[in-house]
Design a protein around this ligand. Structure first.
Ligand code: ZN
Length: 73
């Protein structure tokens, strides 16, 4: 019996970020995409649902928002 194997990894439902990543984003005025993890510039710390330049999902959040949402390990 064979199962088809897809190489493309599915993003985890709950992507987490480290304190270091969030501190860096805060310093750079950047945010992170919850869908693919890409960092996006020009994000206020309280940015919500910005468009990701990488995957074009509206899932980019600013550093403070990530902390409020409990996405920091
Ligand atoms: Zn993305």
């Amino acid at each position: 019996m064979t199962t088809s194997y897809h190489k493309k990894p599915r993003p985890p439902a709950y992507r987490m970020f480290t304190m270091q990543q969030v501190a860096e984003a805060s310093e750079l005025q950047a945010g992170y995409c919850l869908a693919c993890g890409n960092m996006r510039d020009c994000c206020e710390p309280d940015a919500r649902e910005y468009e990701c330049e990488e995957c074009h999902e509206l899932q980019v959040y600013g550093a403070e928002e990530l902390i409020i949402m409990g996405r920091v390990q």
